[in-house]
Write a new protein. Structure first.
Length: 107
């Protein structure tokens, strides 16, 4: 995770991570995916990432192509390695493919 501002919130006892908030130009990378948006919240108990942006961009490197998905909200579950991208009834999500994923988002 990369962002200009990242806040960590601990549980009431102060011994375990409860959630993470990241703001402004957030990048979240895993082995196969790169996601870019304006704000990210990670909920530790659920292993759930929630990213917002205008737009959120997700790049997924597949064996023969790069898949780019654009929307307004991204939900990623760590345990199942699954993502969901939503347009929030304001815009449609869009998925395109290409040969190789970019290192950083394209404006």
């Amino acid at each position: 995770m990369r962002a200009p501002k990242i806040e960590l919130y601990l549980d009431a006892e102060g011994s375990a991570l409860e959630r993470v908030e990241a703001y402004e130009d957030v990048a979240l990378r895993s082995e196969r995916r790169s996601s870019f948006g304006a704000r990210l919240t990670y909920f530790a108990a659920e292993g759930r990432y929630l990213m917002h942006g205008t737009p959120v961009r997700v790049y997924e490197q597949l064996p023969d192509e790069c898949r780019e998905t654009i929307g307004r909200t991204l939900t990623f579950f760590r345990s199942t390695d699954s993502i969901s991208v939503d347009g929030n009834e304001e815009s449609r999500t869009r998925t395109t493919t290409g040969s190789k994923c970019p290192v950083s988002p394209v404006g």
